[in-house]
Ligand binder design. Structure first.
Ligand SMILES: *Cc1c(COP(=O)(O)O)cnc(C)c1O
Length: 435
């Protein structure tokens, strides 16, 4: 569900005509809908309410400080995977006690920063990492809670690059090793190892892989408790789907109706459930607006060349992922009632939609049927709110897009457009060696 809809052939974000945003702020432009972000957060929280979970929004999916702030104000904790993301959480006034911190390569500086800020849980990925965090905590005479990330060896049936819960993945430790892990480190005085963490991959379009993974985790919790260890929390990760195409993902209630009964006894026994949604909150809450620069016809092929590309939205190039792309202003007959991979409308003309980057891979869509488009037209790339701007780069020395947050009839710029000076600023500091 989102609030990007056509009215008489014109795309609106909530009650704002997106063409007016492009006119005011230029393109390429990320446009987010506040109502959509809040709706997703509220609906997910409601679906899992019986578990009273700690919801930790995954900052890596869409990390603009203003977006993190509005979710923090709604009560969300944060899932971070770096010191930089923790910094964003702090800038957004998130409660550090509701921050969970995962990632296989945490550096000493990042660990010190997280200890000083008093985060909720370190999600531990390996023995070597635990030893290092415990050593640093000991030196600083500080304590923290930790969850061991387990690798439940389930296949979430998603893209190879976003599968994280199979045995051969770099994340977490397998169930057998988890018991030895607790025997060895479960009585550390500085880092209290008292929770488990899972994150199986993304996007996961059914409850089944969660059910399999959680069942294994609960079995392990029973064994660990029998061994005398206290397990106070189970973090079941993120990965819930989003609608890249019309109603592709099940409603939250469908995940919850399988997951909640499974976890209810754990919660009734005093255990805390943590969930880490990212994509499902942010994905449909954002579009990337782009101006058509040129139409190029070569042989049988037509290319629609945009002022944005893989440098601003890398998902198609990196994961072969589908994004619905449509002009923001169309004849009423071409209003897309649904966003589908093949559109039923008459009068569509297939084209490759490409960016300006000097890479053949800089292509959003091949042979995509589109309504008539001309130089200067505005196009919307939908479902770009998650893993869009956060993965944007300055490749080919292209400034990154501006970001706007719409709320009802109002809107505000939440990140200004980068300038050429921004591109070279870190290289032009006075104490660098002159060339
Ligand atoms: C990326 C990530 C998430 C969020 O995944 P989504 O698919 O965006 O929900 C949650 N937890 C961890 C540990 C992650 O790395």
């Amino acid at each position: 569900m989102d609030w990007f809809n056509y009215r008489d052939g014109q795309l609106f974000c909530e009650d704002v005509n997106v063409d007016e945003l492009a006119a005011e702020f230029g393109t390429p432009l990320y446009v987010y809908s506040r109502k959509t972000l809040e709706h997703h957060y509220d609906e997910l929280t409601k679906a899992f309410a019986e578990l009273d979970p700690m919801v930790c929004y995954s900052i890596k999916s869409c990390g603009n400080v203003h977006i993190v702030k509005l979710l923090a104000e709604r009560g969300s904790g944060m899932d971070v995977v770096s010191g930089g993301e923790l910094y964003r959480a702090i800038k957004a006034n998130a409660n550090p006690a509701k921050v969970v911190y995962a990632g296989v390569g945490k550096t000493d500086d990042e660990i010190k920063f997280a200890l000083q800020r008093g985060i909720g849980y370190f999600n531990i990925e390996s023995e070597a990492e635990f030893e290092n965090i415990a050593h640093i905590a000991n030196k600083m005479q500080m304590t923290a809670n930790a969850a061991l990330r387990i690798n439940p060896d389930v296949d979430p049936k998603t893209h190879a690059k976003t599968t994280t819960g199979k045995k051969e993945s770099k994340f977490g430790v397998d169930i057998e090793r988890a018991k030895r892990f607790f025997e060895r480190y479960g009585r550390d005085k500085f880092i209290r190892l008292n929770a488990l963490h899972l994150h199986i991959g993304s996007p996961v379009y059914s409850a089944e892989p969660y059910v399999n993974a959680i069942t294994k985790a609960l079995g392990l919790i029973d064994e660990l408790r029998a061994m005398g260890f206290e397990i106070t929390a189970l973090d079941i990760g993120g990965g819930y789907g989003a609608n890249y195409v019309h109603e592709q993902t099940p409603p939250y209630a469908e995940y919850a109706e399988r997951i909640v009964p499974l976890l209810k006894p754990f919660v009734d026994g005093g255990g805390r459930v943590i969930i880490e949604p990212g994509r499902t909150i942010a994905c449909n809450a954002g579009v990337l607006l782009s101006r058509v620069q040129y139409i190029k016809v070569g042989g049988q092929k037509k290319f629609v060349i945009l002022d944005t590309g893989m440098h601003h939205l890398v998902r198609p190039a990196m994961y072969e992922s589908f994004h619905f792309i449509w002009p923001t202003n169309v004849a009423p007959a071409h209003e897309p009632a649904q966003r589908l991979e093949t559109m039923p409308n008459e009068g569509l003309d297939p084209a490759d939609v490409v960016g300006p980057i000097c890479e053949t891979g800089d292509c959003f869509a091949k042979d995509r049927p589109l309504p008539p488009v001309a130089r200067g037209d505005l196009m919307a790339i939908f479902a770009a709110g998650a893993y869009g701007m956060v993965m944007a780069s300055n490749y080919n020395a292209m400034p990154r897009p501006a970001e706007v947050l719409v709320s009802g009839k109002g809107y505000e710029l939440i990140r200004r457009r980068e300038t050429y000076d921004d591109l070279v600023a870190a290289e032009m500091e006075l104490d660098l060696m002159p060339i």
